[in-house]
Design a protein around this ligand. Structure first.
Ligand code: SF4
Length: 248
């Protein structure tokens, strides 16, 4: 653990930051965004932890535990938010349970307002097949937005290498929809860097990644992809939809 990491961990445990105004948060983004654009992921997380204390969380889709591992090294006990849509593969739920059991994090599983059965009753069965945008809005976008209310900043595992839509993901940005600071410590990481970090640190990986699912979402909207195919092409295949709305 670096000296900066130690001080970030101390800040995380001790700081109870007062709520900042949106203008103050945007000012932070302006300054830190330029300063940290080329910084290592660990330093970016250290900055976020030292700046926001307990008003900072990370989110994980449980495709792997890279960001959870990194953040728990910087700030043991950090909040890791997982969006439990009710449609996850068993392997994804198992990865979440393994992360909770093996990493020093505070795992928070959040759920939509309605169960799948309640949603079926109101909107009809298999809404994902008829209106995936509405299904994602109900089961992903709204619950995450609610869960983030108590934070000033959130981190995602978004990487520019993943899809063309993510090329411009800033390391430190302003999320206009959620009105929060959005931190993407892994934005500049290549696939090879992710693989190296996993190998060197024995990081948990969702077993589906080794079974043809390089990008993992809800089971009704995720299919296997062939070697060489765009890793994201297995998500909402054939619908024209490419993102769930969380990052738009
Ligand atoms: S990914 Fe599919 S099942 Fe999951 S919330 Fe979106 S539309 Fe619904």
């Amino acid at each position: 653990m670096t000296a900066a990491t130690t001080s970030a961990a101390r800040a995380f445990r001790g700081a109870q930051t007062q709520g900042r105004s949106e203008d103050e948060l945007k000012e932070l983004v302006r300054h830190a965004g330029a300063d940290l654009e080329l910084a290592p992921a660990e330093v970016i997380i250290e900055w976020a932890v030292a700046t926001f204390g307990e008003r900072f969380c990370i989110t994980s889709s449980m495709a792997d535990a890279v960001l959870s591992h990194l953040a728990s090294t910087v700030a043991p006990g950090i909040d890791v938010v997982f969006l439990d849509t009710g449609y996850h593969f068993a392997e994804t739920v198992g990865t979440r349970d393994a992360v909770e059991a093996t990493l020093p994090v505070n795992l928070i599983s959040i759920t939509p307002k309605q169960t799948v059965e309640e949603q079926d009753a109101e909107y009809g069965k298999d809404l994902f097949a008829r209106d995936p945008d509405l299904c994602c809005a109900l089961r992903k976008v709204a619950p995450l937005s609610d869960a983030l209310q108590k934070y000033e900043a959130w981190a995602t595992g978004l990487r520019r290498a993943e899809t063309h839509n993510r090329v411009i993901a800033p390391v430190i940005g302003w999320d206009e929809k959620k009105r929060k600071v959005k931190v993407s410590p892994l934005a500049r990481w290549s696939d090879a860097e992710v693989e190296r970090y996993i190998a060197e640190n024995g990081v948990l990986v969702n077993p589906l990644q080794y079974d043809g699912y390089p990008s993992i979402g809800c089971w009704p909207c995720t299919r296997r992809v062939a070697p060489g195919e765009d890793p994201r092409s297995g998500r909402w295949a054939g619908t024209g939809k490419t993102e769930c709305g969380i990052h738009q």
